[in-house]
Design a protein around this ligand. Structure first.
Ligand code: AMP
Ligand code: MG
Length: 408
């Protein structure tokens, strides 16, 4: 058996990076930066008020109350035309540029507007109070997003603030297919004898959508060498990556193995992991191919451990693997010490707030219902073999969904 980390290293070494393109910032969400994004401007671009109120000279309001003459009104979006001389103030709105001469803003709540074009300042301020300095958020030359980062809403917003249209990696087209004579469309209402609904293609299409890549759905292909060969050729002609499920283990009808063996340079691996031990990896006409095992949980685990990091690598991402965190296992668990084991677990805080992981159901590789309930994997590495309730355990979280109601 091949150790998991070795298998992952081989996969990453075999997949190349895609090219790059410049995109409009409105299309940059989820894309991976291909170079550091360095600001050439300041944010804010000009000193401006943090409050609705009056721009003043702090020295004028050292003692309060004090009346100042209001010389101008500056809403956000317009610019002051007058410098504030001693004894005066400019009425200013949040975000409006500070007038020359003024060095602080008194918020409107701390003033009383007099009828004769004057304002009485009730609370003093020192210089700089309620003023947002030019460049206080971003300075010229600041790196806002490093190269190799898959951008979130916050990354794209900060780039938007400086007007950067980022250079990003291209998005791979991923061909997806399910194999097996027993597999039928999920919408089938009456399953014929011996048939099952296709779950793998839907898992894959969903996780790929989540990752923001383009999916080419090639459907369900029966256990027929000619048909399989034709569809793999088609996939190689139009996709950057091929992901198929089923047919890579030891069965008599595992034609995928035969067809792939004949077609390209595809290796069949036995990886020291559970689930997802049998796994095919290689290329067809230079296009990387992942042949994932057919059991749905195995498909998901193999996607998480091989396909997802490989796609992120192709997209130029620096960090490829999900965060691992420590929690406590809430029950005794036996695993096989020869393999890296990925248990499907639910995570919830106990009364003291410590996160405790419990198996989310049956751990066989066909038990999709337990995967559906899970928040992540408990990763039990080679050599461990058993955990006792209360032991520390490493988790790899694949969802971290909302878990509180308003009053919790
Ligand atoms: P295989 O890897 O083709 O030997 O399949 C292993 C197990 O996974 C068998 O029980 C298959 O019926 C099942 N299986 C294969 N493909 C799918 C699929 N697309 N959706 C659900 N189950 C599948
Ligand atoms: Mg099969």
């Amino acid at each position: 058996m091949k150790p998991l980390v070795e298998a992952q290293r081989e996969v990453l070494a075999a997949v190349g990076r895609l090219g790059t393109e410049t995109v409009d910032i409105s299309d940059a969400f989820g894309r991976v930066t291909a170079e550091p994004c360095v600001s050439r401007v300041k944010v804010p671009p000009f000193a401006n008020s943090a409050m609705d109120g009056f721009a003043v000279r702090a020295a004028d309001v050292a003692r309060t109350p004090v009346a100042l003459g209001v010389i101008e009104d500056v809403p956000a979006g317009s610019v002051p035309t007058l410098a504030v001389p001693p004894g005066s103030a400019t009425r200013i709105m949040t975000g409006a540029p500070m007038p020359e001469g003024a060095d602080a803003v008194v918020k409107v709540e701390d003033t009383r507007v007099d009828s004769d074009g004057a304002v009485t300042i009730l609370e003093g301020v020192t210089a700089g109070v309620n003023v947002r300095k030019a460049g206080g958020d971003v300075g010229i030359g600041d790196t806002l997003v490093d190269a190799g980062v898959r951008m979130t809403s916050r990354h794209v917003a900060t780039l938007a603030s400086v007007g950067i249209m980022p250079l990003v990696s291209k998005i791979p087209v991923v061909a997806v297919l399910s194999t097996g004579d027993e597999v039928v469309e999920p919408s089938t209402s009456d399953l014929g004898p011996g048939k099952i609904r296709d779950t793998n293609r839907l898992i894959l299409k969903s996780v790929l959508r989540e990752l923001g890549v383009e999916v080419l759905d090639l459907g369900i292909i029966g256990d027929d060498p000619a048909e399989l060969s034709e569809v793999y050729q088609r996939a190689a002609a139009s996709a950057d990556v091929i992901v198929s499920t089923g047919g890579v283990s030891m069965g008599d009808y595992d034609f995928v193995k035969q067809v792939l063996g004949d077609m390209g340079s595809v290796d069949f691996w036995s990886v020291a992991m559970q689930p997802a031990k049998p796994f095919a990896f290689g290329s067809i006409q230079g296009v990387p191919l992942f042949g994932l095992p057919g059991n749905p949980v195995s498909t998901f685990v193999a996607y998480e451990q091989f396909v997802r990091p490989a796609l992120l690598h192709m997209m130029g991402a620096t960090r490829l693997f999900r965060p691992r965190i420590q929690a406590v296992i809430g029950e005794d668990v036996e695993t096989t010490p020869e393999k890296d084991v990925f248990l499907r677990v639910m995570l919830a805080p106990d009364r003291s707030g410590t996160f405790v992981a419990l198996q989310s159901g049956g751990q066989a590789s066909n038990v999709l219902s337990a995967l559906a309930q899970a928040d992540g994997f408990a990763f039990v590495p080679v050599g461990v073999g058993s955990l006792s309730a209360g032991d520390s355990v490493t988790l790899e979280m694949f969802t971290w969904n909302e878990d509180r109601m308003l009053d919790d």
